[in-house]
Design a protein around this ligand. Structure first.
Ligand code: ZN
Length: 918
């Protein structure tokens, strides 16, 4: 066993690696904060290795490993064990990687490892489950048929080389996998498994609150038995794109206009020490003054811009610049392309900037030194994936730039940003740049996702556009970043004291809490502005537009702070706004104060309001194309909570709002509000006092009392059935069937804890019946729908094959057939459910932001309930089974709850009272 050096400053883990006799690389992490123990095993093989006749085979194999091993043959036993151990499990199949992972409470870890290791020692790959798993894979494919990124991604593959596996379908479905018998498929699965699932082709990571030696012993005990087999080398991959200089027009389902410029570049996987591509994305993706994006946004052409590498296959990759365009931007597309190419050209012609190099390296180092705590299951996944490509002793160093890229490397990379390495995809539902395609535009259909696209040769020439451009030679090249943090020492070690008020008067409170327990030079500052007593729909809309327009306008001035690790957010509540900043404490007070000044001085422009209104309307118009299960949840809160407005009312209202309305609203409220402030983290009391004094000077004349308003639930009658039937562009049937306690808008912690236990107890049973046995659909869940203090539980199903009426009948049958006598729920079952819910409440915040976000609502709410978490824990610790069962008999068996049905395609309105959004 060897230690891995080079971890970050605030990182309290210990890292080591070893290689087992069979050749398996093992990464060990001793994590003193781990509440759960985790493991991940990654294999360097994925859908690129699928046989051409059976696409999706790697994915099917990933599913099959969960369905029994020679030592533990029962399908589902692993999942049941992990669930009972208070853990979670999952896996994913990527292009060239498959990753399996789980976590459990520490006591079950050794047995969980034993069960997990069997996946890679002797899986049964039992043909009797193969057909069922093809259905599961097929429903994963079908669940994403309307997903815009899947659809456009499948279409762009028609521009890739047919000899490159990236051009192929990866998920798999009934057609690609169900075309041979289960026995033949089992042979193929065995073949794939033997060829690629070899120890040398794998990396294992164990993360737990255990000494490294113990973890090393676990690795040897459970994973030595993986059979040593020789790994055959994979053939080299051809270029991803055979014919460059191409453009694809792609028809989206929703309203949007996005353009992607993808340049094929050499793989960047092994350049982790210098990361020359970061130099390009740092400049091209910049959003501050003088940047390409700032210029395109000032013209009102582009709403967002992103630049970075993707689809890296170890030999080739893409460097992609993605922009979302406004309607004006669609018109001015040739100027946008000119500006993009001119920026690239200016970058090429300028000397390599030492300032950009230094900033990218500093930022990369800071992000690594003070990175947030990662949950063991997440950390194990990241490390096992990375250990497939990077030598174990380099693992830590690979997370940040350790030396400047050479000028030559950067120049070499820049030379790839040319039209003869370029493909362009234009996504829209109506506006297409037909003038970008040479000759006739011919539309075709992509068969898997049934989308429309047209491919052709690019009609413009990069060299001509640059030659004709009159833009200056420094266009698009941003200035130095003045926000880099300098003072990074802690005010005290491991200090944490409860929040207290350090300054108060009518309409104003300022709270402060020093907190350095996470060992990082960071902090958070919050400010609540309470503007309204009783906001109506129009007020709320104006408030939202205010926040949106401010955020839009602040983009340029907040980008450099953001890059230097200082974040900000401004968002609405029912009656006000919250501003918050986060990140390094150095320079944060000044930054927060400057944002308050900006908010008070801000007034909207007519042009930006028009674009914001277009965006809001697009959002409303695109609502129906969201996944139906997400829509059902959205409509649950829309119908159950008071004060919401239906889409048509909002559409009409927003059309009438003028820039004078918005600015009048701002003028009126920015002079009258309640302020609540909070400052926490690596700050001294004097820092907080200074900021509070400055704020006081600034806003003293504005202060009024408008306390924070919590959301209010509508009144539901007992034994009443309420219905909301929603529209969706999906053909799937969707049901969210909720039981809501009607007599209790102020339930005790114990009563609310009952609902959490109930969801836990029914979750697995419901999933087994509806998903696994009856195969109604891919999305099946029991969810806790409690709002504020009104307990509620929901049964959610999205089904491609069963009507909503049948789903509702089935859910009702499920509820009625579940009995709540003493014998119906075993002590063990109850105890496991109670422990699982309790563990969720015992989970401590792992970084300052989590802790501060938990504290902030209690600071804003008038009753300051800082004991919320403690009260939950006490209630859960004292809960007993008999009281729980009595409560269930009263509420469910005797039907003392209201039923709220959120669904689509519903015919039978008799027994249900229609509910409206109001
Ligand atoms: Zn899957």
């Amino acid at each position: 066993m060897h230690f891995i050096q080079g971890k970050g400053q605030s990182d309290q883990h210990e890292y080591a690696h070893l290689t087992l006799d069979n050749g398996l690389t093992v990464i060990l992490v001793s994590d003193p904060m781990a509440e759960r123990s985790a493991a991940s095993l990654a294999i360097k093989a994925g859908s690129y290795q699928d046989p051409a006749q059976h696409l999706g085979l790697a994915h099917l194999l990933e599913h099959m490993l969960f369905l029994g091993t020679e030592k533990y043959p029962e399908a589902g036993a692993y999942q049941e064990f992990i669930r009972q151990s208070g853990g979670s499990h999952n896996a994913y199949t990527g292009a060239e990687i498959t990753n399996y992972y789980f976590d459990t409470l520490p006591a079950s870890y050794p047995e969980a490892l034993d069960r997990f290791a069997q996946f890679f020692i002797a899986p049964t790959l039992d043909p009797k489950y193969i057909e069922r798993e093809i259905n599961a894979v097929d429903s994963e494919y079908r669940a994403k048929l309307d997903d815009e990124s899947r659809r456009s991604n499948e279409a762009i593959k028609t521009l890739y080389s047919e000899h490159h596996p990236a051009a192929r379908f990866t998920v798999g479905n009934k057609e690609t996998l169900g075309n041979i018998t289960a026995e033949q498929l089992q042979d193929l699965l065995q073949g794939f498994y033997h060829r690629y699932y070899t120890p040398e082709n794998m990396a294992l990571t164990l993360v737990a609150n255990q000494p490294l030696e113990t973890l090393a012993a676990y690795a040897r005990n459970y994973f030595d038995a993986i059979e040593k087999r020789t790994t055959t080398n994979k053939p080299p991959l051809p270029s991803i794109v055979e014919h460059t200089g191409k453009v694809q027009l792609f028809k989206t389902k929703t309203e949007k206009s996005i353009v992607k410029f993808s340049f094929e570049i050499p793989s960047q996987t092994l350049n982790y020490a210098t990361q020359p591509a970061r130099y390009l994305s740092y400049v091209l993706g910049d959003e501050s003054e003088n940047s390409l994006f700032a210029n395109l946004k000032q013209q009102h052409w582009v709403q967002s811009l992103h630049a970075g590498t993707n689809l890296d296959d170890g030999q080739h990759a893409f460097f992609t610049i993605t922009m979302s365009l406004t309607e004006d931007g669609v018109e001015h597309r040739s100027e946008i392309v000119e500006r993009l190419f001119k920026t690239i050209d200016n970058l090429l012609r300028s000397p390599i900037s030492q300032q950009y190099l230094a900033e990218t390296k500093t930022l990369s180092a800071l992000n690594f030194e003070y990175h947030d705590y990662l949950q063991p299951v997440k950390l194990s996944q990241i490390l096992s994936s990375r250990a497939l490509d990077i030598p174990a002793e380099q693992l830590m160093a690979s997370f940040h730039i350790s030396e400047h890229a050479s000028e030559q490397n950067i120049r070499n990379l820049m030379n790839y940003l040319q039209q003869d390495n370029l493909i362009v995809q234009w996504q829209s539902n109506k506006d297409f740049p037909n003038d970008w395609i040479k000759g006739e535009v011919t539309w075709a259909t992509e068969p898997l996702y049934d989308s429309q696209y047209a491919n052709g040769d690019l009609a413009f020439q990069q060299t001509d556009l640059i030659a004709q451009s009159t833009l200056p030679s420094d266009f698009g090249l941003p200035n130095a970043n003045p926000f880099m943090p300098e003072k990074l020492d802690l005010v005290a070690q491991n200090l944490t004291i409860d929040p207290s008020i350090i300054d108060a008067k009518k309409g104003y409170d300022f709270w402060y809490k020093p907190n350095t327990q996470f060992n990082k030079p960071t902090g958070m500052i919050f400010g609540y502005f309470g503007f309204l007593k009783n906001p109506d729909t129009r007020d709320r809309l104006l408030l939202q537009l205010w926040a949106r327009l401010f955020n839009d306008a602040a983009g340029e001035s907040t980008y450099q702070p953001y890059m230097a690790g200082l974040g900000y957010e401004l968002y609405t509540h029912s009656n006000g706004l919250t501003l918050r900043t986060s990140g390094y404490n150095d320079k944060q007070s000044d930054y927060f104060y400057s944002l308050v000044e900006q908010i008070m001085a801000f007034r909207a422009s007519g042009k930006r309001l028009e674009i914001a209104k277009q965006d809001v309307l697009k959002g409303l118009n695109n609502l129906e194309s969201q996944p139906p299960y997400a829509l059902a949840r959205h409509y649950f809160s829309q119908t159950a909570i008071k004060g919401n407005a239906p889409v048509n009312v909002l559409q009409e209202l927003i059309g009438k709002i003028t820039v004078e309305d918005v600015n009048h609203f701002i003028d009126q409220h920015v002079q009258r509000f309640q302020y609540v402030g909070y400052m926490t983290g690596n700050f001294r009391r004097s820092d907080a006092e200074q900021l509070s004094a400055r704020l006081n000077d600034k806003i003293d004349t504005c202060l009024h009392t408008h306390a924070y308003r919590p959301v209010e639930l509508k009144n539901f009658g007992p034994q009443q059935n309420y219905l909301y039937n929603f529209d969706t562009s999906s053909a799937d049937s969707t049901v969210l069937y909720s039981l809501i306690a009607t007599d209790n808008n102020n339930a005790t912690y114990t009563q609310r804890a009952y609902v959490r236990i109930l969801a836990q107890l029914l979750g697995a049973k419901f999933y087994n019946e509806f998903r696994t046995e009856k195969q109604y659909g891919y999305i099946v869940a029991v969810t806790n729908q409690t709002i504020e203090r009104t307990p509620a539980i929901g049964f959610l199903v999205q089904s491609p094959n069963t009507s909503t009426q049948v789903l509702v009948n089935e859910i009702e049958r499920f509820i009625q057939s579940t009995k709540w006598g003493e014998k119906d729920v075993s002590d063990k079952e109850f105890e496991q459910a109670r422990q699982a819910v309790l563990a969720a409440y015992m989970k401590q915040p792992t970084n300052l932001k989590e802790e501060a976000l938990e504290e902030w609502p209690h600071i804003v709410e008038p009753n300051h309930n800082f004991n919320d978490r403690k009260e939950w824990i006490t209630a859960l610790e004292e809960l007993n089974k008999l009281d729980f069962l009595a409560f269930m008999r009263e509420k469910i068996e005797q039907n003392q709850a209201a039923r709220l049905l959120i669904t689509n395609n519903w015919q039978n309105t008799e027994a249900w009272t229609a509910l409206h959004i109001e």
